[in-house]
Design a protein around this ligand. Structure first.
Ligand SMILES: NC(=O)c1ccc[n+]([C@@H]2O[C@H](COP(=O)([O-])OP(=O)(O)OC[C@H]3O[C@@H](n4cnc5c(N)ncnc54)[C@H](OP(=O)(O)O)[C@@H]3O)[C@@H](O)[C@H]2O)c1
Length: 247
């Protein structure tokens, strides 16, 4: 399938985990993918190599999402390659597990600057480079729907980007740009490495209607649909790909 041929996609946090799965899928669908990473250049290079080995097109771009200077430098690098962005997937995020009583100002500022301010301004600068038919897809979490008090700041950053999507869908509709949100269930990535063991996996299976963890490919399938021409009439929607987690 090459439905995204000629399109340029920027996928934040695509050096590993869910973002890498999304990048590989969009590249397989024909897009040229900017593999964004924060710190791990070798992982980004490996993701680019895997896409190229499969016959796709990709290149790496760096920005710590907490640094506005980095974000501006990343867009300058994208501009040197033509600057147009057709598909933006706001996937990168940092997670710190902390109830409110354990949340320091440093944790709060780090998560808000990375997940919320970084995502907000990447979106602002991407919109300036996006035309008719553009796609913005944000990756959120079901902690905006059910209570997870142990991720109090992470949760409010996800609620923030969901709210951003609603307003932008209204504003950008006139330009033919859609804005949607995908909510993954629990996927075995580095983000969950500190707590996912064989025991906790079976606990997660019990919380999930389909009785298992998801894969990065199952999240990427939904993103690929929203990025495609088939989703031209879908905007301002939040779609959960969680196997029915905590329904
Ligand atoms: N995994 C799950 O179960 C799950 C469930 C619900 C929602 N989600 C959401 O899905 C998305 C992807 O999660 P994941 O599990 O794939 O995460 P992950 O494996 O921890 O990967 C995170 C990615 O984000 C980048 N990143 C992190 N902090 C950054 C920063 N300050 N600046 C720039 N890049 C940064 C990392 O790049 P570097 O390594 O180069 O820094 C990496 O590419 C996130 O939005 C997450 O909230 C995940």
């Amino acid at each position: 399938m090459s439905g995204l041929s000629g399109k340029i996609a920027l996928v934040t946090g695509s050096s590993r985990g869910i973002g890498r799965g999304i990048a590989e899928r969009l590249a397989r669908d024909g897009a040229t993918v900017a593999i964004h990473y924060g710190r791990d250049r070798p992982a980004a290079d490996e993701a680019v190599g895997a896409i190229e080995a499969a016959g796709g097109k990709a290149f790496a771009v760096q920005a710590d999402l907490a640094s506005m200077d980095d974000i501006k430098a990343m867009f300058a690098a994208l501009d040197e390659r033509g600057g147009r962005i057709d598909i933006l997937v706001n996937n990168a995020a940092a997670l710190v597990s902390a109830h409110i009583q354990d949340t320091t100002e440093e944790i709060f500022d780090r998560l808000v600057s990375t997940n919320l301010r970084g995502t907000y301004f990447i979106t602002k600068y991407a919109i300036e480079r996006m035309g008719e038919g553009g796609r913005i897809i944000n990756i959120s979490s079901n902690c905006t729907r059910v209570a997870y008090p142990e991720v109090s700041v992470y949760g409010l950053t996800k609620a923030g980007i969901e709210n951003m999507a609603l307003g932008l869908a209204q504003q950008l509709g006139a330009q033919g740009i859609t804005v949607n949100t995908v909510v993954p269930g629990i996927v075995d990535t580095d983000m969950n490495a500190s707590w996912l063991s064989e025991d906790t996996k079976s606990y997660v299976h019990g919380l999930t209607a389909l009785g298992r963890l998801g894969s990065v490919e199952e999240i990427a399938n939904v993103v690929a649909f929203l990025a495609s021409e088939q989703a031209s009439w879908v905007t301002a929607q939040t779609i959960e790909a969680s196997g029915g987690c905590r329904i």
